[in-house]
Design a protein around this ligand. Structure first.
Ligand code: PMV
Length: 317
């Protein structure tokens, strides 16, 4: 049996975070510059059923059977084995690594789960559809994050820009003109569970105002869909700025994020907003093709811990 590799990209939300939990649409794109990798190495000397999990990034080297039931890597590995209908697999080692920043809103947990599930399905020669892989990763995500909307597993499994509405079939977007993006990590972890729960409290205390904010975010996201496809950056930038103001209104921005957003705008970003759960994690800025470096430098000077540039290319479905 050969060694099998599987990879999964990171992701970033462009529009609609938080409102997506309340059934409004959101748009996310894969970020291929960062990725999770899973490698399955057959262990010819091992006994059937002996599975080792190694993740050097977190100094883990353990038998699958010794990992706690709720260990995220164990959950993904067991899910992958179950999907491949293997009860007693031939002995193998599963090696996992990732360059996706953790707790930064870049989909690290979903990408790791997807890389593991894909690698195991390939290893055992069991074809799994993209939707099946996405739904298995969603089950893994639920163990870790409660009830996430499902946008992460969808965009990462499809590896394409998505227009996502909870509990509806996923729509992938075919891009007609490239757009240029600069992502900066604030260096503060995003407490997604906490911000989602605080937004819920806000909604419960004032459903009319909060519901109206969500509807406005939904409208912005629906408008952004066409502009993103067509590469209408002036319009997209305005929509990002509007989305950011609404995210501030629901209390998920932070002084650090706003500082980075202002730095990006001062350096010529066409639009900028936080991305993901907020109060930490990333901001995303939209750039013209020739200004990415200037925005990148400005964000690093403003305290951005790590800056990633990414181009959403034409035709990337
Ligand atoms: O912080 P992230 O990128 O995992 O995104 C959270 C996005 C929310 O809309 C706030 C929650 C969700 O489950 O969609």
């Amino acid at each position: 049996m050969p060694v099998i590799f599987a990879k999964a990209p990171g992701k970033i939300i462009l529009f609609g975070e938080h409102a997506v939990v309340y059934d409004q649409p959101a748009i996310a794109i894969p970020v291929h510059k960062v990725k999770a990798t899973a490698r399955v190495i057959p262990n010819l000397e091992g006994q059937p059923g002996e599975v080792r999990i190694q993740a050097a990034d977190i100094q883990l080297d353990a038998a699958l059977s010794d990992l706690a039931e709720d260990h995220p890597l164990a959950i993904a590995a067991r899910m992958g084995l179950k999907a491949a209908s293997v009860d007693r697999p031939p002995s193998f080692t599963l090696q996992i690594s990732s360059t996706i920043p953790i707790s930064a809103g870049m989909g690290s947990s979903a990408a790791i789960a997807i890389a593991i599930i894909r690698a195991l399905a390939d290893f055992f020669g069991v074809p799994l559809s993209v939707d099946k892989i996405s739904s298995l990763a969603y089950e893994v995500e639920k163990f870790q994050h409660g009830t996430p909307s499902g946008i992460d597993n969808n965009v990462i499994a499809h590896q394409q820009p998505v227009f996502f509405v909870r509990n509806q079939p996923i729509e992938t977007l075919t891009i007609e003109q490239p757009t240029h993006w600069v992502i900066a990590d604030s260096g503060e972890k995003t407490p997604t569970r906490e911000t989602v729960s605080d937004v819920r409290k806000l909604y419960d205390s004032d459903p009319t105002t909060c519901g109206d904010h969500f509807r406005q975010i939904g409208e912005i996201t629906r408008n952004a869909r066409e502009s993103l496809i067509k590469g209408e950056i002036t319009r997209l930038g305005q929509l990002m700025d509007q989305n950011q103001r609404l995210l501030e209104s629901i209390g998920v921005s932070s002084p650090t994020l706003e500082h980075l957003i202002i730095a990006a705008k001062d350096a010529g970003a066409v639009g900028a907003k936080l991305s993901g759960g907020g109060r930490g994690g990333n901001i995303i800025a939209l750039s013209t093709a020739d200004n990415m470096e200037r925005i990148e430098t400005a964000l690093l000077n403003a305290g951005g811990q790590r800056v990633i540039t990414t181009i959403l290319n034409k035709g990337r479905r």
